[in-house]
Design a protein around this ligand. Structure first.
Ligand SMILES: *Cc1c(COP(=O)(O)O)cnc(C)c1O
Length: 360
């Protein structure tokens, strides 16, 4: 076996101890005589797996009791439409702060269902900073304010949890959930596709304040009505059982690491190593305003883009995988989620150093 250092943006690397536990339990989960993939979602074994995963996530993120945790399907992309369907109620519009391609996509999909007010956007500087809160043009009549706390493609991240007053704040945390402590009480709703920091694709987490439930439009599909999902404990139909189980192991792993304070410190240290190296070397460049740089996704360009293909080829030969930048921005991108050890970041820096020395 020869595992690579995996910088993939998503699906991304999972903690090795989690994968090893999945492997050990695969054929016979805790004496059930079958794998988690093969058992009834209504049986006592899976019910215990599901409940433990939720309890561990609640402990990890310190989720208040007044919030429901929903284990859904359809990815973050489905939520782009489900959010207005579920949260508009008798309102007609919503505010969107657009800080990258994912926020742009969320706003575009929402525009099918409501009047979208782009309260702020950093499109004019190619999404390389988070617009100052003071300049946001919020609509006091908006049903909610939508933000993307970490833009996976552009590598920009909100430095904290913004204050939007009494209007519910909705956040797409697909690429930075459980990477640092978050004050959940500041949000009306948090959602995330699982495949970056949580587990296998196919599972979508929704953390929603209870008072926002019960507003779904009449045409919302039943399995996507947050209140119905909450009342049915995310088992209205067959849930993504295996992904839910693996996510539970990841939550347990994160708690075993010491929780989100410890994980946040590690993530900050890993990101600092890489940005410091990029900033100190003229051959590499990251365009994002330093205080808004993502701790999860680090895009960078080479001084000579004609060397991109060689850089990637050499990286692959050195066991460094998934570094190609998103097609919309080009260059490279190192995604350094929770499961990426500091040694992986150091291996990347060593490679970058050698490449710049010999080819720069
Ligand atoms: C990956 C990603 C998405 C898309 O997630 P899917 O689960 O594939 O729909 C949306 N938003 C952000 C911030 C992402 O990183």
């Amino acid at each position: 076996m020869n595992r690579v250092v995996n910088f993939s943006a998503g699906p991304g690397a999972l903690p090795l101890p989690v994968l090893e536990q999945v492997q050990a339990e695969l054929l016979d989960w805790h004496g059930a005589g079958m794998s988690v993939m093969e058992m009834s979602h209504r049986g006592k074994e899976f019910m215990s797996i599901a409940a433990q995963a939720e309890a561990d996530l609640r402990a990890l993120m310190k989720i208040p009791d007044s919030y429901k945790v929903l284990f859904m399907q359809g990815g973050a992309t489905a939520q782009f439409g489900l959010i207005p369907m579920n949260l508009l109620g008798d309102k007609t519009g919503a505010d969107y702060v657009v800080t990258g391609d994912w926020g742009k996509k969320a706003a575009k999909e929402a525009a099918k269902y409501c009047k979208v007010n782009v309260a702020a956007s950093s499109a004019e500087d190619k999404f390389t900073h988070i617009p100052d809160r003071a300049g946001w043009q919020l609509d006091p009549a908006a049903a909610y304010v939508h933000i993307t706390p970490n833009e996976t493609i552009h590598g920009v991240e909100f430095p904290g949890d913004p204050d939007v007053g009494g209007v519910p704040l909705v956040a797409d945390m697909s690429s930075n959930i459980i990477s640092r402590p978050v004050d959940v009480s500041r949000y009306g709703l948090i959602y995330a596709g699982a495949q970056k920091n949580i587990g296998p694709a196919g599972l979508t987490l929704v953390i929603v304040r209870e008072d926002l439930l019960g507003r779904a439009s009449a045409t919302t599909p039943g399995v996507f009505d947050y209140k119905a999902v909450a009342d049915g404990e995310s088992m209205l139909n067959t849930p993504p059982c295996f992904a839910w189980y693996v996510a539970g192991l990841v939550f347990k792993w994160a708690l075993d690491q010491g929780g989100l304070d410890v994980i946040a410190q590690r993530n900050a240290a890993k990101a600092k190593l890489l940005y410091d190296y990029i900033d100190a070397n003229a051959f590499y460049r990251n365009p994002v305003k330093p205080e808004h740089r993502s701790r999860m996704n680090v895009p960078f360009t080479l001084a000579n883009p004609e060397l991109d293909a060689d850089f990637l080829k050499g990286a692959a030969a050195a066991g460094l995988s998934g570094l190609k930048g998103h097609r919309s921005v080009g260059g490279m991108r190192a995604s350094i989620y929770n499961a990426m050890p500091e040694s992986g970041v150091r291996a990347l820096i060593d490679y970058m150093q050698e490449f710049a020395r010999t080819r720069g």
